[in-house]
Design a protein around this ligand. Structure first.
Ligand code: HEM
Length: 594
């Protein structure tokens, strides 16, 4: 496929390159960069004396000294990297995971419709991401003490706001920018460099064609788990690919991520570093030397003093990122506190948190907990057969260094099988399913959402073993959505017949809803009786509960009573009346003569 076409298909990525900058802000940013020696054109600064000690002019190829870091680039979160190949590779993997889960669910529950399959697959994939993030990634970011601060999940708390805080997005989570490797390594099946070579980060922006033409996603993914991340060092915060060449491919002037982060914090009016220290119960710094525990490098503290004058002026992102990493954490104390605070809220304020007992059945949750990122790579790479047991940790820090994919447990989706007598329980969305299309033709929904060129594809299971792009593919990554792969010849679709079946289905759904409501009432009744040991109530024909001995009029002629857990009703028989125009008085059962 021509590059322009690939780029066009992924133009949604281009749209985000401006990040909502207005012209004024861009101008402001340029001035800021200019004032702080961060703008390259037009202004010459003495090289030996950078004003802001953030950019390091030596590319830090962590491969030159693999002993530097104990974590793989995955942990550095290349997964969060904007517009670069690592991110595209990860999007592809999770996109395929969704389709893989949906396809498997379709075979397990052939009566589920498209919506049901979509939502259940989404729910499972969301849970996998939550599990991997909190149980595998965060412990390495926050360290043991940080995890203690995070604490165990204690259930949903409706008073917790799970929104993203300004300081988290604008400063704390941007700690990841200091761990980014300036080179994206690309490894073959035997973990040697592929013939096309590694890619410097600056060449990895806006170049999705590289995935298509240069070996698919596998080489990039292997590079992410087998190569060390950049080590965060006091004088090497952001690599120069980020400060000198960011988005150079797409912009007339390259951007500078350090300057953007600082400016973004100011745009957002985020309080300074000292205020956040107080928020985190850390001592306020009156001089830069007060920070000798957090920022151990004397020369760094001196540079900060020269630049900021007083710690009270220090930008939060700058202060946070310059703090030395705590033992076992990838951040210093202030960022650790801010990360913990946000990750707690994301968990506790989420009604659909995967560990919330009402979200999955216990046996399903056990399966979700089997997930690992390594397994997801195995299941969804083009041809990944070997990974590390923990893809966030370098191979040489694990024994054995590499394992075959078969060693990693896989989530067993048979626990999502819905028996015909238990349709109301398994999924979150109780939609009625089994359109005839699943077995004998496609549904109208698929017709509407299909791509014209897909129309004559026969029913097949999508395969993910190929990284080339089918000519009629809806997107650059060579994926078919599960539902779109169900297409049959559109001429066979009998619109009228389907409409009839659909209205019958609608009726059927209504009836099922009513039945469910009754079942819920019954279940509730059983619960209540279980608690109070009172098993003597009766349910009347309207679904209401009656106490033992209660008596009521069902209609004017029918008297009911609750006896022995059963409702017994007697209907009054009316005597014959002889007059020509008998009348019936309100509340009375039998007509009478006036
Ligand atoms: C090659 C790697 C990366 C590149 C090129 C990159 C670049 C960027 C850019 C250009 C922005 C927008 C800045 C702005 O306009 O304010 C941004 C935002 C951000 N980045 Fe990165 N980043 C990378 C990796 C990471 C990593 C590894 C993390 C964290 C682990 C991270 C966390 C964030 C956060 C939290 C934001 C703010 C997002 C928001 O508020 O919506 N980034 N990054």
């Amino acid at each position: 496929m021509p590059r322009e076409q690939i780029n066009q298909l992924t133009s949604y990525i281009d749209a985000s390159q401006v990040y909502g900058y207005s012209k004024e802000v861009t101008q402001d940013l340029r001035e800021f960069r200019n004032n702080h020696g961060l703008l390259r054109e037009g202004i010459k600064l003495p090289k030996h004396k950078p004003l802001l000690p953030l950019a390091d002019n030596q590319p830090n190829d962590c491969r030159r000294d693999p002993l530097e870091s104990d974590i793989g680039c995955f942990l550095a979160g290349d997964i969060r990297s904007n517009e670069q190949l690592g991110l595209l590779a990860m999007h592809t993997i999770w996109f395929r995971e969704h389709n893989r889960v949906a396809t498997e669910l379709r075979y397990i529950n052939p009566h589920w419709d498209g919506d049901m399959l979509y939502h259940e697959a989404r729910k499972i994939v969301g849970a996998e991401v939550q599990h991997i993030t909190y149980k595998h990634w965060l412990p390495l970011i926050l360290g043991g003490e940080g995890m203690q601060m995070l604490g165990e999940y204690k259930g949903y708390d409706p008073t917790v706001n799970p929104g993203i805080s300004n300081v988290f997005a604008t400063a704390a989570l941007r700690f990841g920018h200091s761990l980014i490797n300036p080179v994206l390594h690309r490894l073959n099946k035997t973990f040697g460099t592929i013939t096309e070579g590694d890619v410097p980060l600056q060449k990895a922006f806006f170049s999705p064609w590289r995935i298509v033409e240069e070996g698919g996603v596998d080489p990039l993914l292997r590079g992410l788990f087998a190569v060390p991340a950049k080590l965060k060092k006091p004088h090497q915060m952001l690599n120069t690919e980020l400060t000198e060449h960011l988005f150079e491919v797409a912009h007339a002037v390259a951007l500078d991520l350090a300057a953007i982060n600082i400016q973004r914090g100011r745009d957002h009016g985020i309080p300074g570093y000292n205020e956040w220290r107080q928020f985190c119960n850390l001592s306020e710094a009156h001089t830069f030397d007060d920070l000798h525990n957090e920022i151990r490098s004397q020369s760094l503290r001196d540079s900060l003093k020269e630049l900021y004058g007083h710690p009270g002026n220090l930008d939060i992102w700058v202060g946070g990122i310059l703090e030395d990493q705590l033992d076992g954490a990838k951040v210093g104390p202030t960022f650790r506190c801010l990360l913990v605070e946000q990750f707690q809220r994301l968990r506790d304020g989420d009604r659909f948190w995967y560990e919330n007992p009402s979200v999955f059945k216990p046996e399903q949750l056990t399966q979700i907990k089997q997930t690992s990122l390594g397994r997801v790579l195995c299941d969804n790479g083009d041809d990944i057969t070997d990974v590390t047991m923990d893809v966030f940790i370098l191979p040489k820090k694990q024994s054995p260094a590499f394992v075959s994919c078969s060693e990693l447990t896989q989530i067993d989706l048979r626990f999502w099988a819905e028996c015909c007598h238990d349709c109301s329980n398994s999924g979150q969305f109780n939609s009625l399913t089994q359109l005839p299309s699943l077995t004998s033709g496609r549904s109208r929904r698929a017709l509407e959402y299909s791509y014209p060129s897909d129309k004559h594809v026969t029913l097949t299971t999508p395969t993910y073993t190929n990284h080339t792009v089918p000519t009629q593919s809806p997107n650059v990554l060579g994926e078919f959505s599960t539902l779109n792969s169900l297409h049959l010849d559109s001429n066979e679709v009998d619109e009228e017949r389907i409409e009839g079946i659909e209205s019958a289905l609608e009726e059927f759904q209504k009836t099922i809803k009513q039945l469910r409501r009754k079942i819920r009432k019954l279940e509730h009744h059983i619960q209540v009786n279980g608690k109070h040991g009172n098993g003597s109530k009766c349910m009347d024909s309207d679904g209401n509960w009656r106490k033992k001995g209660d008596s009521w009029k069902k209609d004017s002629c029918t008297q009911c009573v609750c006896k022995e857990k059963q409702v017994t009703c007697t209907t009054e028989k009316c005597p014959l009346v002889t007059c020509a125009t008998p009348i019936r008085q309100d509340g009375e059962c039998c007509p009478m003569c006036a």
